[in-house]
Design a protein around this ligand. Structure first.
Ligand code: NAI
Ligand code: MG
Length: 487
């Protein structure tokens, strides 16, 4: 016991009754085909793969695996649709995008449950964050569709053409919205590929897009794994690739399209620094640390996975943090009380477990609260490491799981140096009562997004994107129109 024991705020361990979200209102088909040229069609080679529920590793549905022939059909449909879609007035394009936004809202409960079933995230997050933000993104860009000349005065922006979009599994519907909405508003046509572990909400979105009456061929959704993604990247009639995912695949794509006419935007990994100064509101900062690293099981490119605490308050913050971690509820993603759901795939679980081993082997001191992890499914207890330094792999590399690496600092210069000492540059957080410190740090930190006294806040109107190996191009806001326009 330390002298700070009085600061413990969560002395009791509460038990909660189960509060499962109903599943009666959702419809999941046994088998999903490809959405090409306004219709659902079988894959040419007739091959399907399983999408799994990561909370029990049971199969949910069969999903079509696209080969080159399918991607080619999708690209041809998009090419054919481009002329008339880009020729519509912005106001007409906006009407369809508004319609998609409203249909997402109408089906929000269904989307939320399917998202949690297929990907493992807590229903509270899919219900309150992913799905509302996805609808909001369509609303936001629908509003820009007829105002592009005001966004870029005197520059007469034009759509790029046929866009290939490849998205990851951590925010499946939201990433589809981030990709589709600005591309549609600017008059492009699209071939989109969701991630292989989480294709179901994108396919549900395809149904909505069909219902919306969007002209056929404007949005095509093809499913499959990395090979299908590579077919999109390498297709000769695609004008632009927009990718969100690992830095490794981002580098592959950049090489693959080098020397072609294709444009590129990349949103890749991160190792965000979350910085707590001694004058911060400590309890709020502790809540912020929890949100920064344990939101969505830590499967977040902008997660605050490196914590820097000013030395004078380090002991107190770490103690409070451990105390708060003891209260986190890990388990059934469909339970409304759940804080941390299932790890998205067995592959990702192995990656995270391997990093935890590396952390221990390199001399880090690990802390995990006691928790009853369910027997079936992919689970990882919330984890923190102290006694680590800049050279530790768990401090430098993206883990993409609920694992926090904690360091301390004394001076502002020291923390700026440490925070910037990473190949990434996506996000950061600053906790202090002093506005001047916040402004000083926002100038000095190399990160696309810097939150002050909060973390992991997203808004359709706010640009998001990285520096260095976190990628280039911005999504959201007026800036998010640019990667889909030529001038
Ligand atoms: P990934 O980068 O392989 O997957 C992202 C998307 O890219 C998926 O749709 C996948 O099918 C596609 N893809 C894979 N190989 C491709 C290729 N050669 N050409 C075109 N598309 C391709 O990510 P993965 O393997 O699932 O996760 C590995 C690590 O990547 C994670 O541990 C995490 O560190 C990082 N990651 C980062 C994300 C982010 O948002 N920053 C999202 C997903 C993963
Ligand atoms: Mg799945």
């Amino acid at each position: 016991m330390t002298k700070h024991i009085d600061n413990k705020i969560f002395k009791a361990s509460w038990t909660y009754d189960e509060a499962p979200e109903g599943t009666d209102h959702i419809q999941i088909k046994k088998q999903y085909d490809l959405y090409i040229d306004g219709r659902f069609v079988n894959p040419v080679k007739g091959i399907y793969f399983d999408t799994i529920n990561p909370s029990n590793n049971e199969k949910i549905a069969s999903v079509a695996e696209s080969s080159f022939e399918d991607v080619d059909k999708a690209v041809k449909a998009a090419r054919k649709a481009f002329k008339s879609w880009s020729g519509l007035t912005g106001k007409e394009r906006g009407k369809y995008i508004f319609r998609i936004a409203r249909l997402i809202q109408e089906c929000a409960r269904e989307f939320a449950v399917i998202e949690s079933l297929d990907g493992g995230k807590p229903i509270r997050e899919s219900r309150d964050i992913d799905i509302p933000l996805a609808a909001n993104h369509f609303f936001y860009y629908a509003g820009w569709a007829d105002k592009l000349m005001y966004a870029f005065p005197t520059r007469d922006p034009k759509p790029i053409g046929v866009v290939g979009q490849i998205i990851p599994w951590n925010f499946p519907l939201l990433m589809a919205a981030w990709k589709l909405a600005p591309a549609l508003a600017t008059g492009n046509t699209i071939v989109l590929k969701p991630a292989e572990t989480t294709p179901l909400t994108a396919l549900k979105l395809a149904e909505i897009i069909q219902d919306s009456g969007l002209p056929k061929g404007v949005v095509n959704i093809v499913t499959g794994a990395g090979e299908t993604g590579a077919e999109i990247v390498n297709h000769p009639d695609i004008d632009k690739i927009a990718f969100t995912g690992s830095t490794g695949v981002g580098k592959y794509i950049q090489k693959a399209i080098a020397g072609t006419r294709k444009k590129l935007s990349l949103e890749l990994g991160g190792k965000g620094a979350n910085i707590i100064f001694e004058d911060a509101a400590i309890d709020q900062a502790v809540e912020g640390i929890i949100n920064a690293i344990f939101f969505n099981q830590g499967h977040v490119c902008c997660a605050g996975s490196r914590l820097f605490i000013q030395e004078s308050v380090a002991e107190l913050v770490i103690e409070k943090l451990k105390d708060r971690m003891n209260t986190l509820i890990i388990g059934d993603p469909l339970d409304k009380n759940t804080d941390i759901g299932a790890i998205n795939s067995i592959k990702q679980l192995k990656t995270i477990e391997n990093y935890i081993k590396i952390g221990v082997n390199e001399g880090g001191e690990i802390y995990q609260p006691e928790c009853n992890l369910p027997k079936k499914g992919n689970w990882c207890a919330p984890t923190l490491f102290i006694n680590v330094s800049q050279s530790h792999r768990i401090v430098q590399e993206e883990i993409f799981g609920p694992v926090l690496a904690i360091q301390t600092f004394r001076t502002i210069e020291e923390v700026i140096d440490k925070a910037n000492n990473t190949p990434y540059g996506l996000s950061a957080g600053v906790w202090t009562q002093k506005g001047s410190k916040i402004f000083h740090l926002t100038q000095k930190l190399n990160a696309g997004v810097i939150w002050a006294n909060t973390f992991n806040k997203f808004d359709a109107a706010s640009p998001f994107g990285g520096y260095k190996e976190s990628g280039f191009g911005r999504e959201g806001g007026l800036h998010g129109l640019k990667p889909y326009l030529k001038f």
